[in-house]
Design a protein around this ligand. Structure first.
Ligand code: C5P
Length: 222
C-alpha cells in the first residue's frame, strides 16, 4: 500500500520520540531519531577531546564515524562505529553539549544527507528539530509537538525517578530551557514550526491522546 513520510519536530523533552516510536510500530514504519545522531557525534567528539566550538574539528570527526540506528526488532540500539552507545548518548555530558555540536553548518549538512538517505524509501517517522523545515520538506504529514518547560521538566523528572536515576527538577528546567534557546536561536536550521506543520500542545494531553490524533491524521493521508 501507499506509505508516507511523517516529520515530528519540537523542543526538548516534548515527547517526540515516545510518540514517534508508537506511531512507527503501529504502521510498521521505520523510526528515525535524528537527535540520537547528533548525540552520537557529540559523544565521539568528547571522546576525541575535540573543541566542540570548532566547526572543522567536529565535522572531521563526523566524516570518520558510522552512526547506525537499529530498528525496533533489534532493540532500537544506537551504534557508533559498531559499538552500542544507546545509554551513553543520554548522559548529562552529552545532553548538555549536543546543541553546541548541532549548531555547525558543516555538521548539519552531512547529517541531512545521511537522514535523507535513511528516509529515501518512505514509510518513515522521523523526529528532530528541522525535519519539517529542512530534512523532509515534502513530508506528507508534519507535526510540531510542544509543551510548557515546567511540564516537560516534570515528565523527564518522573521518568528519571521511575528508572531510579538521580534527578533534580529545577536543574532539568534550566537545562531544557537553555537547550531550547540554543536550538531556536542558532543560525542554521533552527528549531521552528514549519508553515504547514500541525501544532499539538501536549501540556494537557496524554501521550496516548497525542498518538490517537496523529494516527487519525495519518489515516487521512494514506
Ligand atoms: O531530540 P534530542 O533531544 O535527542 O536532540 C538532541 C539535540 O540534537 C537537540 O537539542 C539539538 O541540539 C540537536 N538536534 C538538532 N536537529 C535535529 C535533531 C536534534 O539540531 N534534527
Amino acid at each position: 500500500g501507499k506509505t508516507i513520510s511523517v516529520a515530528i519536530d519540537g523542543p526538548a523533552a516534548a515527547g517526540k520520540s515516545t510518540v514517534a516510536k508508537i506511531i512507527a510500530e503501529h504502521f510498521s514504519y521505520v523510526y528515525i531519531d535524528t537527535g540520537a545522531m547528533y548525540r552520537a557525534l557529540t559523544l565521539a567528539a568528547i571522546k576525541n577531546k575535540a573543541n566542540l566550538e570548532e566547526e572543522k574539528e567536529v565535522a572531521d570527526i563526523l566524516a570518520k564515524i558510522e552512526i547506525e540506528l537499529l530498528p525496533a526488532e533489534k532493540g532500537q540500539l544506537v551504534l557508533l562505529n559498531g559499538e552500542d552507545v544507546t545509554d551513553d548518548i543520554r548522559k548529562d555530558e552529552v545532553t548538555n553539549n549536543v546543541s553546541i555540536v548541532a549548531k555547525h553548518g558543516k555538521v548539519r549538512e552531512e547529517m541531512v544527507i545521511r537522514q535523507r538517505h535513511l528516509a529515501a524509501n518512505g514509510g518513515v517517522v522521523m523526529d528532530g528539530r528541522d525535519i519539517g523545515t529542512h530534512v523532509l520538506p515534502n513530508a506528507q504529514l508534519k507535526i510540531f509537538l510542544k509543551a510548557s518547560v515546567d511540564e516537560r521538566a516534570k515528565r523527564r523528572h518522573e521518568e528519571n525517578v521511575s528508572k531510579g536515576f538521580p534527578s533534580d527538577l529545577e536543574k532539568l528546567k534550566s537545562e531544557i530551557a537553555s537547550r531550547d534557546k540554543l536550538d531556536s536561536e542558532r543560525e542554521i536550521a533552527p528549531l521552528k514550526k514549519a508553515k504547514d506543520a500541525i501544532e499539538i500542545d501536549t501540556t494537557s494531553f496524554s501521550i496516548l491522546e497525542v498518538v490517537e490524533k496523529i494516527k487519525q491524521l495519518m489515516e487521512e493521508r494514506l
